[in-house]
Design a protein around this ligand. Structure first.
Ligand code: ADP
Ligand code: MG
Length: 170
């Protein structure tokens, strides 16, 4: 599907603000399970954007990078969130023990679906569900650029809402 969006993020505050916009769109679309991938080199801002997203969903505490734990779970009002970082994954088969794929498509007692946010998804190739939205972050001078694509029909719906919600100046 063709829907895509390219956004210039001038500084870390813009990255956090864009993560919060993703959160608003995801919160308005709940309840259902969704999959977002975050790609780009080390330091591109994947974790920074996910921090903005989690804060936007109402998470108040810390958001440690899951580089060593592989997955950090969060419970927010609208989702069970799994923040995954596969940078250190040696073999995609290690993912089978996490049971993440089984979590998707289920609802908890409050009707919350799962939100899977994965950094370095390529390292889990074949073991992760296909994303609704892929966000590729690239270093662009002193700032960043986020290039978002929507491989699923639901992803296209989400990206249309993100584009509508972009404040002037992005
Ligand atoms: N739009 C931006 N412009 C400049 N620096 C940014 C921007 N967004 C985030 N950063 C900075 O870049 C770094 C990104 O780190 P991090 O989010 O851990 O990267 P990754 O998870 O992709 O390895 C942080 O130091 C952050 O403050
Ligand atoms: Mg990171």
């Amino acid at each position: 599907m063709a829907e895509s969006l390219s956004v210039r993020l001038a500084d870390p505050a813009a990255t956090a603000q864009f993560g919060a916009l993703l959160a608003r769109v995801l919160a308005a679309a709940a309840p259902d399970s969704r999959v977002l991938n975050f790609e780009g080199e080390l330091g591109a801002g994947k974790t920074a954007m996910i921090r903005g997203l989690l804060a936007g969903l109402g998470h108040k505490g810390r958001v440690p990078s899951p580089t060593y734990t592989l997955v950090e779970p969060y419970l927010v009002e609208t989702y069970r969130v799994y923040h995954v970082d596969l940078y250190r994954l040696r073999d995609p088969a290690e993912l089978d023990h996490l049971g993440l794929v089984d979590e998707l498509g289920t609802r908890d007692e409050l009707g919350r679906g799962s939100l899977l946010l994965t950094e370095w998804p390529d390292r889990g190739a074949g073991r992760l569900p296909p994303p609704d939205v892929a966000c590729h972050l690239v270093i662009d001078g002193a700032g960043r650029r986020a290039i978002l694509t929507a491989p699923s029909r639901e992803g296209v719906r989400l990206l249309v809402k993100v584009a509508e919600g972009l404040p002037a100046g992005f």
